[in-house]
Ligand binder design. Structure first.
Ligand SMILES: [Zn+2]
Length: 195
């Protein structure tokens, strides 16, 4: 979201909350329903280009995989790395899950990502902060990844238990991503997301 979009969004949000009590009530009702979006921290990241995604058939799970360290990377840090070191439009993942379970938005949810070569046009990329060839995902990260994937599957009408819907990056590319310690938990994540 650029600055002008943000100001427009902020104005609309403020206006909506000031003028329509019913709007607030329906937001609360939605929060209580199964279809509620989990809390997502939306950063104001600036992208150099934007291409809308026309279909969503697959969710690809990643780790950040920074070498020799299992650290709590931020969306902003990865955004800068992907822009400055790789020359991309910005962070390639749509979501990043921090060690404390906080979900940060990366690339706009409806944009084509840059996370799984030849599969970006029809997939969502979720990165779990850390290097899971070295460390283990935290309990908070596991809960957030399960909740987020469950919500995305409802949003895009995907069956998390169907083969090829929730995959690890290594299933489609020559990489160890998302690390052995997260990859071995994918079947657990699929089951929990389906609940
Ligand atoms: Zn990956």
């Amino acid at each position: 979201m650029n600055r002008r979009d943000f100001l427009k969004y902020a104005a609309l949000t403020t206006f909506g909350l000031m003028c329509f009590d019913g709007g607030v009530a329906s937001l609360r009702a939605e929060a209580a329903s199964d279809l509620a979006e989990p809390p997502i921290y939306k950063r104001l990241l600036t992208f150099t280009e934007y291409e809308p995604r026309s279909s969503t058939d697959m969710i690809v799970v990643h780790h950040d995989g920074f070498p020799d360290t299992d650290k709590d990377s931020t969306a902003l840090e990865i955004h800068k790395f992907h822009q400055q070191n790789l020359g991309w439009a910005g962070i390639g993942y749509h979501y990043l899950i921090r060690k404390d379970g906080m979900i940060e938005q990366g690339r706009r949810p409806n944009a084509v990502g840059a996370h799984a070569y030849q599969h970006n046009k029809n997939s969502i990329g979720i990165c779990v902060a850390g290097n899971f060839n070295i460390g283990e995902p935290t309990e908070a990260q596991m809960q957030s990844v399960e909740t987020l994937i469950g919500w995305l599957c409802r949003k895009y009408s995907l069956d998390p238990l169907k083969r090829g819907v929730i995959i690890g990056h290594r299933d489609v590319s020559d990489t160890s991503c998302p690390g052995v310690n997260l990859y071995e938990r994918l079947s657990h994540i699929r089951r929990e997301a389906a609940r």
